[in-house]
Design a protein around this ligand. Structure first.
Ligand code: ATP
Ligand code: MG
Ligand code: MG
Ligand code: MG
Length: 568
């Protein structure tokens, strides 16, 4: 590619509307342009990066034995009624009507459509196991689309769905996908962690998330230094109210202002008592003056949690409630917390506001982690540590090995062992070896292809701009020509180098725009090209090229062999 023929449109100023560095840099580099809230156009430059990610995901999925297909983004209501998710999925489901007044939704995910495909296509156990995937646009009407393509409303996801005759086969494929995801993120050159996760609106038994580690991440993940244990802490700000956990019967009975000991509650829940944690709930009003309710589990400084919580619940102002208000509200409210994915969680749990402290019982059994509130209406403890990181840092871990550390993460992938939830609801059957119809077991596996682009920038940038890992860079090598118009020899030397790199299969771009060196180098640094080669009059006279890697501040004058050794 020659930049003179490309459409590169960088900005000098840092866009004021962007909060986090990846959003700033993607706008500044001209990778994306906003169309409306959560809707972005990918420029030719942005698309080159997106396609690199997409291709690595595709290659590794194919290598893992999954088979690509493509499903529509508009899905009929009837399928979603079959699984009950037309109502249950909540406000993220964008519902639309056609001219005949028939209801459709824009796909936030595709379990219904793929299960519908499977019930027509799969007849016999001989066709199993099979893993079908697509790389396709999704739409979720996020309450707070933000950070550019990081939390967009329209975004690109790789979603895969596997079908199995028995659990052993499902577990094998789950492991295969887990390993494949690890390979994908390693190939992309990202620092990541796989963590235990909540199964959320998708459902199912086992689930792991893959997080790119970055301080701006919306999720907090707790990990042990003594074992492989790692789990999503799911801080309140990562939870939109539409994603609040559903109440469970057991906890409905327990989450009342009856004074019980933690041991009694743990016994009622059938879990070993692993620890107790404090909680705080707050009551406030949103910008429109509507009452809001939020509750958080805390350790350390509860005031930090309150601020985060009030923000995430959209409260303009908040206060702690009186004991009488808590009792009244808890008596009137449905139950609160269900099984969760980590030993600590901060959650917004209902639509009205109550506030105060309770002890929480935390424990795990084969269904996962559970939490229940005990002794509502206690006084607030003294604040301990003024940093949200203290929530779990240094605690013993749930599996009894090592102590917990906490890191910020961006969820870029999620694998679920679904079981027969969808195949049963949608009456999808195959004949087993005895000729008996059975519901195949399913797994589903998502990767946020477009989110990965932003997440990679969060992890790889400096003051000058983006520092792409080689695998994701729009081009690996930039050949920059100084003053080509007035220097035919320099232009010819650059052209030859560029042609040779092309011929050798090196992903190179020729910067033949004739910009002044300062402006040209600033662009190349901003857009994050890993290898920069400058062809100048002085270099041509000396038979050398000026080479610099994006990670270093030093440039070197190299002859063609030494240069090739660096960039090929
Ligand atoms: P989050 O917790 O960030 O809302 P999710 O758990 O709702 O994500 P999944 O249903 O697990 O998302 O979807 C699979 C993947 O799709 C996620 O791991 C994430 O990488 C990506 N993804 C989900 N929502 C968005 C979004 N609004 N914008 C960009 N990517 C997204
Ligand atoms: Mg979500
Ligand atoms: Mg999530
Ligand atoms: Mg998820």
């Amino acid at each position: 590619m020659r930049l003179s023929q490309f459409h590169l449109n960088t900005e000098k100023e840092t866009p004021a509307e962007a909060e986090i560095v990846s959003h700033k840099l993607m706008l500044k580099a001209g990778m994306i342009r906003k169309l409306a809230a959560g809707l972005y156009t990918w420029s030719p430059l942005g698309l080159r990066v997106l396609r690199k990610v997409e291709n690595i995901v595709r290659e590794e999925m194919n290598r893992a034995g999954a088979v690509e297909m493509l499903m529509p983004t508009i899905q009929p209501r009837e399928l979603w009624e079959e699984t009950g998710r037309w109502e249950k999925f909540g406000g993220q489901l964008l519902k639309i009507k056609d001219r005949k007044e028939a209801d459709y939704c824009y796909a936030p995910t595709a379990e219904e459509v793929v299960t519908d495909f499977a019930r027509f296509e799969l007849a016999s156990y001989k066709q199993l196991p099979v893993n079908l995937y697509q790389i396709q646009t999704k739409f979720r009407d996020e309450i707070r689309p933000r950070f550019g393509v990081m939390r967009a409303r329209e975004f690109l996801m790789k979603d895969a769905y596997s079908f199995h005759l028995d659990d052993a086969s499902l577990q094998t494929e789950y492991r295969n996908m887990y390993d494949t995801y690890s390979r994908i993120f390693a190939r992309l050159g990202l620092k990541f962690r796989a963590v235990f996760a909540d199964t959320g609106a998708i459902g199912g038994s086992a689930s792991h998330e893959f997080h790119v580690l970055a301080d701006s991440g919306e999720d907090a993940i707790a990990f042990s230094d003594g074992s492989d244990y790692a789990a999503n802490v799911e801080l309140a700000e990562a939870l939109a109210p539409g994603e609040r956990p559903a109440a469970t019967e057991t906890l409905r009975k327990i989450d009342t202002p009856i004074q019980k000991t933690c041991e009694e509650v743990a016994a009622l829940m059938g879990i070993p008592l692993q620890r107790t944690v404090k909680s705080v709930a707050i009551m406030g009003e949103d910008a429109e003056g509507k009452p809001q309710f939020a509750l958080a589990l805390v350790r350390g400084d509860h005031s930090v949690n309150e601020i985060k919580l009030s923000k995430s619940a959209g409260m303009a102002e908040y206060r702690l409630a009186t004991e009488a208000e808590i009792r009244e509200s808890l008596n009137a409210s449905p139950g609160f917390l269900g099984p969760i994915s980590a030993t600590e969680s901060i959650r917004v749990i209902a639509d009205r506001s109550v506030a105060s402290m309770a002890d929480f019982v935390v424990g795990a059994n084969e269904d996962g982690f559970h939490i229940a509130g005990v002794n509502w209406g206690r006084d607030l403890p003294e604040p301990e540590v003024a940093d949200i990181r203290s929530v779990v840092e240094g605690d013993p871990s749930p599996d009894g090995k090592g102590t917990l550390g906490i890191a910020r993460g961006i969820e870029v992938g999620h694998v679920f062992a679904l079981g027969n939830k969808y195949s049963e609801a949608m009456d999808c059957t195959v004949l087993d070896a005895q000729g008996k119809p059975v519901n195949p077991l399913m797994g589903c596996y998502g990767i946020g292809v477009s989110r990965i682009v932003a997440a990679a920038i969060e992890q790889n940038h400096d003051d000058a701009g983006i520092r792409w890992p080689d695998a994701m860079a729009p081009w690996r090598v930039a050949v920059c020509v100084i003053n080509p118009k007035n220097n035919p020899d320099v232009a010819a030397a650059a052209e030859t180098l560029y042609q040779n790199l092309q011929a050798a299969g090196v992903d190179a771009v020729l910067d033949d725009r004739g910009l002044r060196p300062g402006a040209m180098f600033a662009d190349i640094e901003l857009i994050g090209i890993p290898h920069r080669v400058v062809v100048s009059e002085r270099g041509v006279a000396a038979g050398t090229f000026e080479y610099r890697h994006r990670e270093t501040s030093e440039s070197e004058n190299l002859d063609i062999d030494a240069l090739n050794a660096r960039i090929r």
